[in-house]
Design a protein around this ligand. Sequence first.
Ligand code: HEC
Length: 115
Amino acid sequence: MTTVFRAVSILLGSVAFAALGSPEALSDESLPGDPVAGRVFAERECSDCHDISREGGDYPLNTAPSFLDVATQRSTTGLSLRVFLRSTHRDMPDLILTEREQDDVIAYILSLRSR
Ligand code: HEC
C-alpha cells in the first residue's frame, strides 16, 4: 500500500511539474520552438495586425508593433514574450495559443534578431 501510494504521488508530482513547465523552457538558452513553424503560424494568426516580416516595415494596424521591432527591443526575451502571450491585453485580442504555438512563434520572433 505504501509503495503504491508513493508511486502515485511521484506520478502526480511529475504531472504537476510537466504542467508548470520546466524552468529551462522559460529561459532563452533552450528555446524549444521551431522558428519556421512559428513563421507560418504568425502569418496566419498575427499578420492581420503585425508586420511579421524579417525586414520589418509598416504596421498593418498602426498600434501593433512589427515583430522586428519587438525582437530588437532590449526588454524582449523568451520569457517576456511568453508572459505577454499568456496574459490579457488591453488592445490586442487575448489569443489562446497552445504551448507549441507559443514556443514556435517566440522562436520565430527571436530569430529576427540575428540577422
Ligand atoms: C487584432 C490585432 C492583433 C492580432 C491578431 C495580434 N496582435 Fe499582437 N498586438 C496588437 C496590438 C494592438 C499590440 C500593441 C498593444 C499591446 O501591447 O497590447 C500588440 C502587441 C503585441 C506584442 C507586444 C509587443 C511589445 O510591446 O513588446 C507581442 C509580442 C504581440 N503582439 C504578439 C502577437 C502574436 C504572436 C500574435 C499572433 C499569435 C499577435 N500578436 C496577434 C494587435 C494584434
